[in-house]
Design a protein around this ligand. Structure first.
Ligand code: GLY
Ligand code: MN
Ligand code: MN
Length: 442
């Protein structure tokens, strides 16, 4: 990490901090980043900042805390590590408070060692404290020590915050509607991830192993500068595709099986989340094709429902209706459509929901209901649309469908009109997938 600007440019983060201060009205917000985590003995997991903290700062280092003082003259204070020549020789660059203030556009930056002492002063005579209660027991205890230290000064006339609010309630609503800079990053993350799926389709051959295909995905993510996979990739051949959170990625790919890949990169903190399901030998069999076309039709029906003003659940309802009818048509279920929907018998083969919010977290922040009702979709919201069908071997499932697991997942942006499919560059129709697998071999 060098002396970079934050990925969206300092003014974009200042605007988000200003909106948060405005929403707070008055009081002090404390938003720490994530700690470094040990993997084993002296090895750390790759460092990943806290999403809330990064949303408001773009600051990439651990041991940092953002403090916002709202009110008539709002200000932002970033607590971060001081420069340290020896540690920088071993572990790399640190901004240090003066450069952090300049590059990240906060009003002030201070050494992280000052946090406890300074917070006692900053919280004095403030009406309220905003933080994330319960997110971390150590932070809860630390915050209580600050509050008790402020209370201990009562006889000098100082008052402690009377109210504690969960700052996530405000931040989740902000994060749900992406700004222009976030959307630009998400489009890039989606494009890189779509390219990785295309690359995987070109690389698959019977006899290759799932991990070889995983390596193709990771190569494509990294060579475009994406820092991480947004979640552990699922590369699931044959029956493995019926394990929803399959992670082993260690089996050989067999001629005649399908391969389900659920993978997306994280770019500058933002996730993409794509699933494609395609034949190991490049041609869908009759049963595979019938099931695939069904999931594709369900996905199209769901995507058509991603419109501003529609309730969150409209895409799910549309997908379920198509899938349930298809399960009846394919004789996977019997009975009427109404009965299948009412008794939810389709859930044997489609047991998850059709999507989730997407952003800094792959399952992103934001409520799905308001006052007991599904909330309305609005422009700037980003979500996945990911119906599937999972047909384990069973005596009452026709043999030709055994061990077929299919999911098709795209990332979409709600607009004033038709939604924008951010991941549209990953081949999806039977014709496009088969053509890519036939003509795209290296
Ligand atoms: N890859 C996680 C999900 O699809 O929700
Ligand atoms: Mn996914
Ligand atoms: Mn998903």
């Amino acid at each position: 990490m060098n002396m970079n600007e934050p990925p969206h440019g300092a003014p974009a983060y200042a605007a988000r901090r200003q909106r948060l201060s405005h929403a707070m009205g008055a009081g002090v917000a404390v938003i720490p980043t994530a700690p470094e985590r040990t993997r084993n003995r002296d090895s750390q997991y790759p460092y990943r900042f806290d999403s809330y903290f990064f949303y408001l700062t773009g600051f990439p280092e651990p041991e940092a805390v953002l403090v916002l003082v709202a009110g008539e003259s709002p200000r932002s204070i970033l607590f971060c590590r001081e420069k340290h020549e020896e540690r920088e020789i071993w572990d790399g660059f640190r901004y240090g408070p003066p450069a952090a203030r300049e590059r990240f556009g906060v009003d002030e930056a201070r050494a992280i060692e000052r946090l406890d002492e300074d917070l006692v002063t900053l919280l004095a005579d403030q009406p309220s404290l905003f933080y994330a209660p319960g997110a971390d027991a150590d932070w809860d205890a630390r915050v209580m020590r600050w509050l008790n230290a402020v209370r201990a000064q009562a006889r000098t006339g100082v008052s402690a915050p009377a109210q504690i609010h969960d700052v996530r309630t405000l931040l989740d609503e902000m994060r749900l509607v992406k700004d222009a800079a976030e959307l630009a990053t998400m489009r890039r993350a989606a494009g890189i991830s779509a390219g990785a799926h295309q690359r995987a389709m070109r690389a698959v051959l019977p006899g290759r192993f799932e991990y070889e295909i995983e390596a193709e995905l990771q190569h494509e993510f990294r060579r475009h500068g994406a820092q991480f996979p947004a979640y552990w990739p699922i590369v699931a051949g044959g029956a493995n595709a019926c394990v929803l959170h399959y992670r082993d990625n260690d089996a050989p790919l067999r001629d005649g099986d399908l391969l389900l890949i659920d993978a997306g990169c994280e770019l500058d903190g933002y996730a993409a989340d794509i699933t494609r399901t395609f034949p190991v030998n490049g041609r869908y069999s009759g049963a595979q094709r019938a099931a695939y076309e069904l999931v594709l039709a369900a996905q199209s029906a769901a995507i058509a429902q991603v419109r501003a003003g529609n309730p969150w659940n409209a895409p799910h309802d549309a997908a379920v209706r198509v899938l349930a009818q298809g399960m009846l048509d394919l004789r996977l279920l019997s009975g009427s459509l109404d009965e299948t929907l009412e008794k939810e018998t389709y859930r044997r083969f489609y047991m998850h929901r059709t999507g989730h919010w997407l952003g800094l977290d792959v399952h992103d922040a934001g409520e799905y209901k308001h006052g007991g009702n599904w909330r309305a979709l609005g422009p700037g919201m980003t979500l996945t649309v990911e119906p599937g069908i999972y047909l384990r071997a069973a005596h009452d499932v026709p043999a030709e469908f055994h061990n077929i697991g299919i999911r098709i997942e795209d990332d979409v942006l709600v607009t004033d009109g038709d939604c924008e499919v951010l991941t549209r560059n990953a081949a999806k129709s039977v014709a496009d997938v088969e053509a890519l697998m036939r003509d795209g071999k290296h």
